[in-house]
Design a protein around this ligand. Structure first.
Ligand SMILES: CC(C)(COP(=O)(O)OP(=O)(O)OC[C@H]1O[C@@H](n2cnc3c(N)ncnc32)[C@H](O)[C@@H]1OP(=O)(O)O)[C@@H](O)C(=O)NCCC(=O)NCCS
Length: 157
């Protein structure tokens, strides 16, 4: 399945960029990928946008209506952002952010949040350019607690 292949390639390429791991997700039964795919396509409580070039899937980003790491916050959260290495630097990442922002606006969200690893300079630069600002909140990266993730938010008012 294309979604599984792209997500696993993201986890292999950038293990410190995500809260999950390749070892964990490559064990997921096929059912999990079908559910992710169906829910991501529905755009109800979750949306996944795919960047495609010449029929090849080269990037993805997901919006979740509720941030599992920030219960009670009304803002959706952007997760799973990935662009294949050979397609970086041409605006694909920014376009994926725009897509999740548009989905959030359709939901009348007041803002959009995300968590980014403190050492992930390309992602931090992308999010700064897209209007996200640090909130001051941080937490340890689940699988590598010596590394911090910090939260960024973009207002959509
Ligand atoms: C972070 C990532 C998604 C960026 O994707 P991308 O398609 O290369 O980003 P874009 O081409 O849309 O870049 C948009 C802006 O982000 C910034 N940016 C992106 N990559 C950058 C880099 N390596 N160095 C400096 N700035 C960068 C720039 O401001 C850029 O605008 P500019 O080209 O006009 O200067 C990509 O590097 C990636 O998939 N990394 C591995 C996974 C990851 O870290 N995911 C984030 C999880 S929170």
């Amino acid at each position: 399945m294309k979604l599984r292949a792209l997500r696993l390639s993201a986890l292999a390429d950038a293990p410190m960029a995500f809260g999950s791991t390749l070892a964990r997700e490559e064990m997921f039964p096929e059912q999990v990928w079908h559910e992710r795919s169906a829910h991501g396509a529905s755009g109800a409580d979750r949306v996944t946008f795919i960047a495609e070039r010449d029929g090849e899937w080269i990037g993805l980003a997901t919006g979740l209506a509720n941030d599992p790491d920030h219960p009670g916050d009304p803002r959706p959260v952007l997760v799973g952002m990935f662009v294949a290495p050979s397609s970086r630097g041409c605006g694909v990442g920014a376009a994926l952010v725009d897509a999740v922002v548009a989905w959030s606006r359709e939901r009348r969200a007041i803002g959009l949040g995300l968590w980014v690893t403190a050492t992930n300079s390309p992602a931090i630069a992308l999010y700064n350019k897209c209007g996200f600002r640090r909130t001051g909140e941080s937490k340890p990266l689940a699988h590598s607690p010596s590394i911090a993730e910090f939260r960024m938010v973009r207002d959509l008012g």
